[in-house]
Design a protein around this ligand. Structure first.
Ligand SMILES: Cc1cc2nc3c(=O)[nH]c(=O)nc-3n(C[C@H](O)[C@H](O)[C@H](O)COP(=O)(O)O)c2cc1C
Length: 353
């Protein structure tokens, strides 16, 4: 406990201000520096054990089982932080209950021109227009083959490649699923990133049915005699209730295992700083809408599928309210950037067993 508090003070008092100052023009520089350090720590077992002792060991257990997987506690890292899966062991040692790696596309892609992340520190928010930069499914799978699986559930997120036309999304995403299948415990399908032109159109009934049916079938084929690994779908907050109902119908009819709600928003609601920056908004301002969407989905689903709640979770109260809204698990991204790894234990302490 003592060392956790000390490390939190070091992160928030020294490390974060230094990193933020170094990366004022391009916040991605701070992300790259941290990722490089975490990847390095992950390759040195004694260093990994120190990280585990400083952080992971202080996170209380809140065990639960969701879509057939066992979670030590419900607080996970949201998609997009470790896009290439380079730092999974170190991120697990920080104490996350699970990690969603990716989004990965079939073909390598550079994403949008930089800078493509903007910080709004006063709002504890970010706007990003990353455009899913990643090394591509084959390269990532090739690397993972030589790494141990971290001791927590790992989800791999799959997205359509930018160069692939929308109507070829099913085959494009199935190729990624085939490459990553041995390395994931579940797979999420990203049809909600606002930064790949047309991607959100895959949330419409017909293309969504084709895409999810193809992935569910592919998982059954890959599983052979064992139960197929869960496929879940991640949705946008900027949908009408009718659009959400249609997504739920599709998910229930094709045999998807769960829903992740929500991705970043294209609205600027709740952001107190005026801006014309393009991209998806995350962090504090997204919290109320994320909770509203999760409540709605949980009510409509009535226990038929689990919902993973994500968006604006920054305090123990936020975590509790998202779980009270009916989320089976929660994920964080922006608050991890602003608060550092101590947030995992803080959120967990407020969650009942
Ligand atoms: C820089 C950045 C990159 C992201 N990349 C992805 C991504 O690749 N795939 C995805 O589904 N969501 C991505 N997200 C969205 C997060 O996973 C999450 O849904 C969103 O940020 C809301 O959670 P938060 O308020 O805790 O950040 C990204 C968010 C940020 C800030």
């Amino acid at each position: 406990m003592g060392s956790l508090i000390d490390m939190s003070i070091i992160f928030r008092g020294m490390l974060r201000p230094t990193l933020f100052a170094l990366s004022r023009r391009d916040p991605e520089i701070a992300h790259e520096l941290i990722m490089r350090q975490l990847a390095l720590i992950g390759s040195v077992p004694p260093a990994l054990r120190i990280l585990q002792a400083l952080y992971g060991a202080h996170v209380p257990a809140r065990p639960r089982e969701v879509f057939g997987l066992r979670f030590r506690h419900p607080v996970g890292l949201a998609g997009g932080f470790d896009k290439n899966g380079r730092a999974l062991s170190a991120l697990a040692a920080l104490g996350f209950g699970f990690i969603e790696a990716g989004g990965v596309t079939r073909w390598p892609q550079p994403g949008q021109p930089r800078p493509r992340i903007v910080r709004f520190a006063a709002d504890k928010a970010l706007i990003n227009r990353m455009g899913l930069p990643n090394d591509g499914a084959e390269a990532i799978a090739g690397r993972l083959a030589h790494l141990p699986h971290p001791p927590i559930p790992i989800g791999w997120q799959i997205a359509k490649s930018k160069v692939t036309p929308l109507e070829e999304a099913p085959e494009d995403c199935c190729a990624t699923l085939r490459a990553l299948y041995p390395f994931g415990d579940y797979f999420s399908v990203n049809v909600s990133s606002p930064n790949t032109p047309g991607l959100r159109q895959l949330q419409a009934r017909e293309p969504l049915t084709d895409l999810l049916q193809a992935l569910v079938n592919e998982a059954r084929t890959l599983a052979r005699e064992t139960p197929p690994k869960p496929i879940v779908v991640k949705i946008a907050p900027d949908l009408t209730w009718e659009e959400m109902d249609s997504i739920l119908d599709v998910c229930l009819s094709v045999g998807v295992s769960g829903i992740i709600a929500v991705n970043t928003t294209i609205t600027r609601e709740g952001l107190h700083t005026a801006t014309t920056e393009a991209g998806g908004l995350s962090g504090r301002p997204l919290g109320p809408r994320a909770r509203e969407v999760v409540s709605y989905l949980v009510r409509q689903l009535n226990g038929r599928l689990p919902v993973i709640g994500v968006g604006g979770i920054a305090t123990p109260d936020d975590a509790r309210r998202m779980l009270d809204a009916g989320a089976s698990l929660i994920q964080i991204y922006t608050s991890f950037i602003y608060e550092g790894p101590g947030i995992i234990a803080r959120l967990n302490r407020a969650i009942g067993t």
